[in-house]
Design a binder for this molecule. Structure first.
Ligand SMILES: N[C@@H](CCC(=O)N[C@@H](CS)C(=O)NCC(=O)O)C(=O)O
Length: 218
């Protein structure tokens, strides 16, 4: 089905949100122009809990993308929509097994790691325990990712082309560093992250290059 691409694309994003960051990378890789609408996860108890934003995303989470006359939530669904409607610079391999491998790595990160170290979960866990909690779950998840990459990785997560798995991996590595996870046991993860850190699409999507990044953290 042909999709009419009309109107401005707007990404509701927070500079340090890894889920927003995934989508920023995918948009940049596909060279899709978009505007950022910053939504603070911190200011006034979190703008994502406002009535206005709840109408956009009932889960009160970032990101959301306004595109083609509709509003989409859930970063992986958004990236898959981009993949299905913007065919330039594919982010899924044509080989079906490789595609499954990409989705496998995405799922481990998107469902198996990030939700456990999400802000609302950490608030629930409590100030005293939150760092150890996040570190534990990221380390556990990265053990699985490293093992999966052992059979799927080439230059990047699945072979030598950048895929959705790389869009998910790089922001998760940033989070791992925030929580002081020891990354030495994960040499493949580290190598891929290092290779992508200078890629223009990843640089432009980096938290430090976002309009809402506080000047003192740049
Ligand atoms: N499965 C969702 C998760 C979204 C999510 O957890 N977003 C975080 C930022 S990375 C958030 O908005 N957290 C707010 C909160 O926990 O209150 C997705 O992939 O889009």
């Amino acid at each position: 089905m042909a999709v009419a691409h009309q109107g401005k694309i707007v990404l509701y994003s927070y500079w340090r949100s890894s889920c927003s960051w995934r989508v920023r990378i995918a948009l940049n890789l596909k060279e899709i122009p978009y505007d950022i609408k910053p939504v603070s996860l911190i200011k006034a108890g979190g703008e994502h809990h406002s009535n206005e934003y709840r109408e956009i995303n009932p889960m009160e989470q970032l990101p959301a993308l306004h595109i083609d006359g509709c509003t989409l939530v859930e970063s992986l669904s958004i990236m898959q929509y981009l993949e299905e409607t913007r065919l330039q610079r594919p982010l899924l391999p044509s080989d079906v097994v490789k595609r499954a491998k990409v989705r496998e790595i995405c799922e481990v990160i998107v469902s198996g790691i990030q939700p456990l170290q999400n802000l609302s979960v950490l608030i629930h866990v409590g100030e005293e325990k939150k760092d150890a909690w996040a570190k534990h779950w990221i380390t556990r998840g990265f053990r699985a990712v490293e093992k999966l990459l052992g059979s799927s990785a080439g230059k990047y997560c699945a072979g030598d082309e950048i895929t959705l798995a790389d869009c998910c991996l790089v922001p998760q590595v940033f989070n791992a560093r925030r929580f002081h996870v020891d990354l030495r046991p994960f040499p493949i993860i580290l190598r891929i992250d290092r290779d992508l850190e200078r890629h223009p699409a990843f640089v432009a999507a980096h938290p430090s290059n976002q309009p809402d990044c506080p000047p003192d953290t740049k």
